[in-house]
Write a protein that binds this ligand. Structure first.
Ligand code: CP
Ligand code: NVA
Length: 299
């Protein structure tokens, strides 16, 4: 049996594969659902954390492709009662055709993938959110063309989304300027691996100056709810407001993976404004993940 292809981080793709996937996602967006390339295939979805977009986009993708998806919560399965991840992976991958996990610890997805007979997809961990970057890049490409050589400003927490932007910069050759408070920077080894094209700064205006894309995310991610007040204090000054967008290029666009907290990391005027692509970005989760499922399951 050949070993399955997993999608645990963005670096499981080459730059060429990433660009091909974006192109295919665009084609799938234009096509009406009709053919059923994943007929009789079943995707298992394990969610340790809440989700709206990830759950619905994967489930819809499977249904439109002629297959189906099963939602699995640790609360109602043996996963939540301490059955080892390795055992769960071995058992579930003998029944399912593909497994998506959203977990607290990134290591859980890595262990699961090592013991799975079928492709494993990272649906968000504390370190990375690669599915979101497929949609973000599709959205940028459809609005402004290839992102290679452009400048992206990340304002706020050096979190799972930020760290996935670091991987995307490496794969697609864009410059990434991250503005974050000192204790909230991305992991230093990731920045070092990315080389000169990724820069970590303090000042959001320096990061956003002449940027082509401005991106942010919540200040307290899932699992960090208790830090919310301390984080709100630390991130004061890191809100994407009109003054930040004003220093970016005139045709710059704004993105946010959602859910957003208006008045915290972004003001409503920017989120709802003409430069914001957030609704296309959310829709593209569906198209980009269809392209991913094709790549992993139909190769
Ligand atoms: N952006 C994103 O992953 O949204 P959900 O948490 O709703 O899945
Ligand atoms: N950084 C956020 C992303 C949510 C899609 C979190 O992990 O909660």
């Amino acid at each position: 049996m050949s070993s399955p292809r997993h999608f645990v981080t963005l670096l499981d793709l080459s730059g060429t594969e990433f660009r091909n996937l974006i192109r295919r996602a665009g084609e799938l967006k234009r096509l009406q659902p009709g053919s059923e390339p994943l007929k009789n295939k079943v995707l298992g979805m394990i969610f340790e954390k809440s989700s709206t977009r990830t759950r619905v986009s994967f489930e819809t993708a499977m249904i439109q492709f002629g297959g189906s998806a099963i939602f699995l919560s640790p609360r109602d399965t043996q996963l939540g009662r301490g059955e080892p991840i390795e055992d769960s992976a071995r058992v579930l991958s003998r029944m399912l055709d593909c497994i998506m996990l959203r977990t607290h610890h990134h290591e859980t997805v890595e262990i699961f993938a090592r013991h799975s007979r079928v492709p494993v997809i990272n649906g968000l961990t504390d370190r990375f959110h690669p599915c979101q970057l497929l949609a973000d890049m599709q959205t940028y490409f459809e609005a402004r063309g290839d992102i290679g050589g452009r400048t992206v400003a990340w304002i706020g927490d050096g979190n799972n989304m930020c760290q996935t932007y670091v991987h995307a910069a490496q794969l697609l050759d864009f410059k990434l300027r991250i503005a974050c408070p000192p204790s909230y920077a991305p992991e230093p080894n990731l920045i070092a691996e990315a080389g000169a094209q990724v820069e970590v700064l303090r000042d959001p205006y320096r990061a956003a100056r002449d940027a082509d894309l401005v991106v942010t995310d919540v200040w307290a991610s899932m699992g960090q709810e208790e830090e919310r007040h301390a984080r709100a204090e630390a991130f004061r000054g890191y809100c994407v407001d009109c003054s930040v967008m004003d220093v970016a290029k005139p045709d710059a666009v704004f993105m946010h993976c959602l859910p957003a907290h208006r008045g915290e990391e972004v003001v409503a005027e920017v989120l709802e404004g003409p430069q914001s692509l957030v609704w296309d970005e959310a829709e593209n989760r569906l198209h980009a993940q269809k392209a991913l499922l094709e790549l992993l399951l139909l190769r």
